[in-house]
Design a protein around this ligand. Structure first.
Ligand code: NDP
Length: 235
C-alpha cells in the first residue's frame, strides 16, 4: 500500500521570523512546505522559490508548478514608522507587501485548494484592530488584511475552505527589533507593556496556525484572533 501524499503548504515570508517557525512546525508535522520570499537565506531548511509577493505574475509563476495546495499561510510583511508627513514610497511599500501581497497569494492559491479541507491563515496584527499614531500605513494595511480575510472567508465558505487571520502583538523577530529601535525601548520594556509580561515567540504563532489547519477546526472561519498576551483586553 502506498503512503498518502504529504499535504502541501505554502508559506509566504517563510525564510525568517514567524514564517520560518510556521514552515518548521508544518514540516515537523509531515507537511510538504514551499516557502516564498524575495531573497534566499543560507542553509534554509525548506523548499524555497524566490518571489516578491507584491508582483502578481511572480506569485502565479511561483505557485504554477503546484497542482494542489492544502494550506496557505501568508506571513510576508513589511513594517516601518510612517506619519502623514512621511515618505509616500514607504506607505505604498507597506500596503503593497502586507495587503496586496496577501491578496495576490490568496488569489493564486484559491483554485488549488481542495474543497472541504482547504485552509488559509493570514498573519495580520493587533494593529489591524487598533490604531498607533506613527503606523498609519501598517495599521491601514493590517485592517485591510482583516477585512479581506473576513470577506474571503464568506466567499470560500460554500467550498468548505476556512480563512482566518491571526493578529499577533509583539513577537520576538527582526521586525520587532526594528520597532524597539524606532521607539527607543528594550525588549524587556516591550514585554512590560504586555499583561502576561512576555513577548510572544514565533513558535507561539506557529502553534496557532497548526491549530487552525487541523481538521477539527473546520467550523472556525472569518475570525481575527489576537495573540497578544491580553493587550487588547486593556482599557
Ligand atoms: P520578518 O521581517 O522577520 O520576516 C518577514 C518575512 O517576509 C521574510 O521572510 C521576508 O523575506 C518576507 N518578505 C518581506 N517582504 C516580502 C515580499 N515583498 N515578498 C515576499 N516576501 C517578503 O517579519 P516577522 O516574522 O516579524 O513578521 C511576519 C508577519 O507577522 C508580518 O506580516 C508582520 O507584519 C506580522 N506581525 C509581526 C509582529 C512582530 O512583532 N514581529 C507583530 C504582528 C504582526 P525577504 O525580505 O527576503 O523578502
Amino acid at each position: 500500500m502506498t503512503a498518502p501524499a504529504a499535504r502541501q503548504a505554502v508559506v509566504t515570508g517563510g525564510t525568517r521570523g514567524i514564517g520560518l517557525a510556521v514552515a518548521d512546525r508544518l514540516a515537523a508535522e509531515g507537511w510538504s512546505v514551499l516557502t516564498l520570499a524575495r531573497r534566499p537565506v543560507a542553509a534554509h531548511p525548506h523548499r524555497f522559490t524566490a518571489c516578491d509577493v507584491t508582483d502578481p505574475a511572480a506569485v502565479r509563476a511561483a505557485l504554477g508548478p503546484l497542482d494542489r495546495v492544502d494550506a496557505l499561510v501568508t506571513c510576508a510583511g513589511l513594517a516601518g514608522a510612517n506619519r502623514l508627513e512621511g515618505d509616500d514610497a514607504l506607505w505604498h511599500a507597506i500596503i503593497d507587501t502586507n495587503l496586496h501581497g496577501t491578496y495576490h497569494a490568496c488569489k493564486a492559491v484559491l483554485p488549488k485548494l481542495p474543497d472541504g479541507t482547504g485552509r488559509i491563515v493570514t498573519i495580520a496584527s493587533v494593529l489591524g484592530l487598533r490604531g498607533v499614531a506613527d503606523q498609519t500605513a501598517y495599521c491601514a494595511a493590517k485592517h485591510g488584511v482583516i477585512g479581506f480575510t473576513r470577506a474571503l472567508a464568506l466567499a470560500a465558505a460554500p467550498r468548505g475552505i476556512t480563512v482566518n487571520a491571526l493578529c499577533p502583538g509583539w513577537v520576538e523577530t527582526a521586525m520587532a527589533h526594528q520597532r524597539y529601535a524606532e521607539l527607543g525601548i528594550t525588549p524587556a520594556e516591550a514585554a512590560s507593556t504586555v499583561p502576561t509580561g512576555h513577548v510572544a515567540t514565533p513558535e507561539d504563532v506557529a502553534d496557532a496556525v497548526v491549530w487552525l489547519l487541523r481538521p477539527g477546526s473546520r467550523g472556525i472561519t472569518g475570525h481575527a484572533l489576537p495573540i497578544d498576551g491580553g493587550t487588547l483586553a486593556l482599557p
